[in-house]
Design a binder for this molecule. Sequence first.
Ligand SMILES: *Cc1c(COP(=O)(O)O)cnc(C)c1O
Length: 387
Amino acid sequence: MAGLTQAMQVPVFDLTRQNEAIHDDLLAAFERVVRGGHFILGDEVVSFEAEIARLSGVKHGIGVGNCSDALHLVQLALGIGPGDEVVTTPFTFFASAGGTARLGARPVFVDINPATFNLNVDMVEAAITPRTKAIVAVHLYGQPVDLPRLRSIADRHGLTVIQDAAQALGARYDSLPVASYGHVTCYSFFPTKNLGAFGDGGMIVIDDDDLADRLRMLRAHGSKPKYYHHLLGYNSRLDTLHAAVLRAKLPHLPAWIERRRAIAARYRLLLADTRPVRDGLVALPTEVARVEHTYHQFTIRVCSPYRDALRKHLASHGVQTAVYYPLALHLQKVFEPLGYKPGDFPEAERATAEVLSLPMFPELTDEEIEYVAAAIDAFEPPVDPAA
Ligand SMILES: *Cc1c(COP(=O)(O)O)cnc(C)c1O
């Protein structure tokens, strides 16, 4: 393995390389919008909605301000409110549960499967009550949750499956796009996601015509046509400029995901041969059968007393890493009124102490991957991990 003699700086994420590679296409997209004179929704957004719906295997695409709004608006459109419950994972970004709570409904957490970091589907049924209306299924790090089973549980209990696919645009289960497993799927185009805008952006994809119609109204103050208001909605629309940028990037998405998967494979191969992995201090991520993981993140587990020490060691060698996420949702201050306590979801809590995401973006070079692996190989676990 390559040594550490040659010091490098490896960012955890870097968009400038991608922008450089497609610079002319981005400028052409800007030019179209500058000359088009349309800045909110418009033809660019309509075309982009159709493109994302098509690649999702779903009828309608509805561009919104961001994925957090997408999740919130979907639950609003479904009539979820006070007295209702929505089952989800406590090991995710805040928005997976925030939209439920903002409607006065109760997020009901279910622990994760330690192998995948996703909802433990075996435990979902026990959390369902007569008040349960939906399940928010998060595909964390880009790996789909067990959709066929989750869908059959939901169908048995008459629940809606809301997919939080913020990290999983392009992911497949049994060769089908995750969104084709229904009922409704939310994407994020936050700049660091696998397909990123030049600011906030999101989309809802859905087959149901009536719900699609309601969602189109809800993103624009409940109006149809403009100035005629049927519902109490929000102002949450996808901007024309973002749609133009995203359309310039979209043709590259399959190759970018392919490269992420190749980087993950290279990490696996190189890391398997490092001392921390051989000694059982570091565990590599599991890719389950039947899925196509998009590797939004390549997240290792580090025995908890050593996670922060390894992170510091890597930083000292110029390797940036990230922790997604450091605090489980049931222990967040804002959710105190839900009455959860430490120990309620042991696997989610263990994950918050152990996860470490390595540099991952399609433009990462083979040399950088080798350097990251060599830096991990050189890690000496401290005698006193707290120091
Ligand atoms: C990024 C993210 C969101 C929120 O997306 P925004 O577009 O930033 O609102 C929701 N859920 C998950 C799992 C995410 O990673």
